[in-house]
Write a protein that binds this ligand. Structure first.
Ligand code: FBP
Length: 553
């Protein structure tokens, strides 16, 4: 195969591990803390997870432990959207297993959780892993968004696990996939099967984090990739001086990606969905907030700028939030009748005719494309596919109308021309930064230790991430500890609570203190491309989000 020089060079990068995971596996011991509680809805969750609820936090410490030597057969799944570093979780898990016992085996299940259900497997060998070390993508075994949900799917997953003699299944996924991992762990326990289920915190969105999970992997690389692109656009805007660029950024519901990219690049406007919701801002008020700097910059002769838009924005604007909640219930309730409709016109009319008056008024006022995008299939976990809603184009057209009205009234004297962009897929499979390469390898290795010690229903965890890797703290966090109940497909379900942007947290505070200046001045910052080789401050810097969040500790 013809591989690029960078790919070749990255094969030989040796990811860094926390000190406790280096050296001999006989000296990696486990310390268990006190029983834990879920973040909310404790009684209900205790009832759903009768056998797994309340497990203690596990921390790895240096002490003798022969348990890491037993031969193991482990299955692994990549689940949900791609995130840079997934291959290194597999490499860390593989190397840990082989270090524990050369006879241990790793079986990959292809195409996500459905691979476990349908037993689509591939043996992960040393040769296979070699070709994927420190590279982006999930193509080693592929990924998918199937949710293991029905009793038949759980039974089939168990049959697959027993057919392969699995000691454990590792689920590399986000909040929804790890919720599924917790249910699978409980199911295996209820059958008296000693098959561990261990998760690894994956998602570029950065919303799978809490006191014990400081970051989800992939966020570092993806935000650095988007920051490079946004910085390049800012420089183009500042050179040509004729366009306002509206950039939608991935991140699903949470605005962590937008906020991190804003901290890195200092655009004129960065919308933060969580703030818009907290202030109860209507779409009209959001448009006002975007027009204000456009008008003020025009008065100073700057008819250009950059606006960052989080992809989940519409879910947070009150009138849209109500509309989406009604749409979700309606589409779940009337699924059969809706499925029988043959074209978009019939679907939008069907939906509009069944909404309550206020939601219908909002729905009917939207451009046809947006109306159609709002009723596209939910993903298997019940989420609206916000990446497919062209919010940046909706905003451009609303801003354009407002500026035209202001021009007619003599309150806007500038010239206006807009460009739209959506950055998402560009960042999900980039070569992992050194941080993500190290972090992911450590998460995979930690998953091995959790399995070797018979723990189940845990998320592999590596903490103290702003310190050098040697000082990272590794262990496992019980999945039930992160859960609460939320409405999905019209029903209350146990889910891992998403971490949205905290308006009282340091990253937002730093942004909020600086943004008025960024709005009217041209303060752009150009981060450039991710570097893999070179000085420490260029190659190993953590995200601003992680750095600022760590200051509170
Ligand atoms: P995960 O939560 O599975 O990690 O998804 C990340 C993500 O990239 C979101 O930011 C985005 O909304 C979604 O996946 C897009 O999904 P798809 O790949 O199915 O288009």
């Amino acid at each position: 195969m013809d591989i690029s020089p960078l790919q070749k060079a990255r094969y030989s990068y040796q990811p860094k591990l926390p000190a406790v995971l280096r050296g001999n596996v006989d000296s990696i011991g486990i310390e268990l803390g006190k029983p834990t509680e879920a973040v909310d809805d404790r009684a209900e969750l205790r009832n759903i997870f009768k056998l797994s609820y309340g497990a203690p936090i596990a921390t790895f410490v240096a002490k003798p432990n022969r348990g890491n030597r037993r031969p193991l057969v482990v299955g692994v799944i990549l689940s949900g959207g791609q995130a840079p570093g997934g291959h290194n979780v597999i490499a860390g898990l593989f190397d840990g297993l082989k270090k524990g016992n050369p006879g241990s085996r790793l079986v990959g299940f292809s195409g996500g959780p459905s691979g476990l259900v349908d037993d689509l497997n591939v043996e992960i060998t040393a040769e296979l892993v070699e070709g994927y070390r420190n590279t982006g993508g999930f193509d080693i075994i592929g990924s998918g968004r199937t949710k293991i949900e029905t009793p038949e799917q759980f039974e089939k997953a168990l049959r697959t696990a027993k057919r392969h003699g699995l000691d454990a299944v590792v689920v590399i996924g986000g909040d929804d996939s790890n919720t599924n991992a917790a249910l699978l762990a409980e199911f295996f326990k209820s059958r008296g099967e000693a098959i561990s289920v261990i998760g690894a915190p994956k998602t570029i969105d950065g919303d799978l984090k809490n006191e014990y999970i400081e970051a989800s992997f992939g966020f570092d690389t993806a935000t650095k990739t988007y920051a490079e692109l946004v910085g390049n656009i800012e420089r183009d805007a500042n050179s040509a001086r004729k366009y306002w660029h509206f950039v939608k950024l991935m991140g699903r519901s949470a605005s962590h990606i937008t906020l991190e990219v804003a901290l890195q690049t200092r655009p004129n406007v960065a919308l933060v969905s969580e703030e818009i919701e907290a202030k109860g801002m209507t779409l009209t008020q959001v448009v006002d907030a975007v027009c204000d700097p456009i008008v003020r910059r025009a008065d100073r002769g700057f008819n250009f700028g950059v606006v960052l838009v989080p992809e989940g924005l519409v879910e947070f604007v009150p009138e849209f939030k109500t509309l989406i909640a009604e749409l979700n219930d309606l589409l779940a309730r009337e699924a059969a009748a809706y499925a029988a409709l043959s074209d978009d016109g019939a679907r939008t009319a069907f939906v509009s005719g069944r909404l309550a008056p206020a939601a219908r008024a909002v729905y009917d006022s939207l451009p046809g494309d947006i109306r159609r995008q709002l009723i596209m299939d939910r993903d298997p976990h019940g989420n609206v596919q916000v990446s497919r809603i062209e919010t940046e184009k909706l905003l451009i057209s609303m801003v354009e109308n407002r500026l035209a009205a202001m021009k007619a009234a003599g309150t806007y004297r500038g010239t206006w021309s807009a460009q739209n962009h959506f950055f998402g897929y560009e960042g999900r499979c980039a070569f992992p930064s050194n941080f993500d390469a190290d972090y992911c390898y450590s998460l995979g290795f930690a998953a091995f230790v959790l399995i070797a010690n018979g723990l189940s229903g845990y998320l592999s965890s590596v903490r103290n991430l702003t310190a050098p890797a040697a000082e990272w703290v590794a262990g496992g966090i019980p999945l039930t500890m992160m859960m609460n109940l939320e409405k999905r497909h019209g029903e209350e379900k146990p889910v891992i609570r998403k971490a949205l942007v905290g308006l009282d947290a340091a990253p937002f505070g730093v942004f909020a203190a600086a943004r008025d200046e960024w709005a009217v001045e041209t303060c752009y910052r150009y981060p450039g491309a991710i570097q893999y080789f070179g000085p420490d401050e260029v190659c190993n810097a953590v995200t601003e989000t992680l750095r600022l969040e760590s200051l509170k500790k």
